[in-house]
Design a protein around this ligand. Structure first.
Ligand code: GLU
Length: 266
């Protein structure tokens, strides 16, 4: 009798497992992110608000910039309203985690598509491209990366520049910062001799302040992509974002965004 009970229990458990594996009841299925966004009526976008002119707060604490406009265009494309965006501040250091855990649906934050990052997250097609450059004080003797040996060079944690410097200037003293603001302050105060990141981001400091200059050479090619969680549930969202980006290229929206944010010092 006891034996029969055990067999029946095992059989029952087996049936439960088979049911979940084969039929995958809806409640336990991972929901398609595109459907969730349509249902919610907003898209949660991670943006770096410390990266003017890509992402920053204006005087009314509204998120502005190239990446913010891009997010609004995506919202218009998917949800038919440019205001259907919820912005969340991310940093280069935490943005991969935030998109992987679903805290945000996508990240639009001057993020370079790299093979290492693609092992952990997915990317859209590129929407723009930058290059790694060096920002120094105007009176600096540093002319290129070859002059960085023994110099203090600032990077922002989690950026491609941080990684690249190990190869580009292995004898420089690399000093990490949490954001561009503090890194730039350190350059001004002489705590570091150069700051390295994307030309598109560093340019803003040159526009605003003639006591620093951007050196002419670019050391990398940084194609910017919109980041998504890896997997089946983000496939449709990614396809739609790719359509939106291609549409933006076709209609010269990207060109206009470049003109508005990158060539006009705001
Ligand atoms: N594009 C670079 C990166 O993805 C640097 C810009 C940034 O993220 O702050 O790491």
């Amino acid at each position: 009798m006891k034996k029969l009970a055990i067999i029946l229990t095992i059989l029952f458990l087996l049936l439960v497992v088979i049911y979940f594996v084969i039929f995958k009841p809806e409640k336990y299925q991972e929901k398609d992110l595109y459907d969730s966004i349509l249902e919610r009526g907003t898209i949660k976008v991670g943006i770096n608000t410390d990266a003017k002119p890509f992402g920053f707060f204006d005087e009314n604490w509204e998120v502005k910039g190239y990446d913010a406009d891009l997010a609004r265009y995506i919202a218009q494309y998917i949800l038919k309203s440019p205001n259907a965006v919820e912005f969340y501040s991310v940093t280069p250091e935490n943005r991969m985690l935030k998109v992987s855990t679903g805290e945000v649906d996508i990240v639009i934050a001057t993020m370079t598509i790299t093979p290492q990052r693609q092992e952990i997250i997915d990317f859209s097609v590129p929407y723009d491209v930058a290059g790694q450059a060096l920002l120094v004080r105007s009176n600096s003797m540093i002319k290129s990366i070859a002059d960085l040996s023994g110099q203090n060079v600032g990077v922002v944690f989690g950026t491609t520049a941080e990684k690249n410097m190990l190869n580009l200037a292995p004898t420089a003293n690399i000093i990490g910062f949490r954001n561009y603001r503090t890194a730039y302050q350190a350059l001004k105060e002489g705590k570091i001799d150069a700051l390295t990141s994307d030309d598109t981001i560093l340019n803003r400091f040159v526009y605003e302040d003639k006591s620093v200059k951007l050196l002419p050479k670019r050391y990398t090619r940084e194609p910017y992509g919109i980041a998504l969680r890896k997997g089946k549930t983000t496939k449709r969202l990614r396809e739609n974002i790719n359509f939106a980006i291609k549409d933006m290229h076709r209609k010269n929206v990207i060109l206009r965004l470049r003109r508005k944010w990158l060539f006009n010092a705001e």
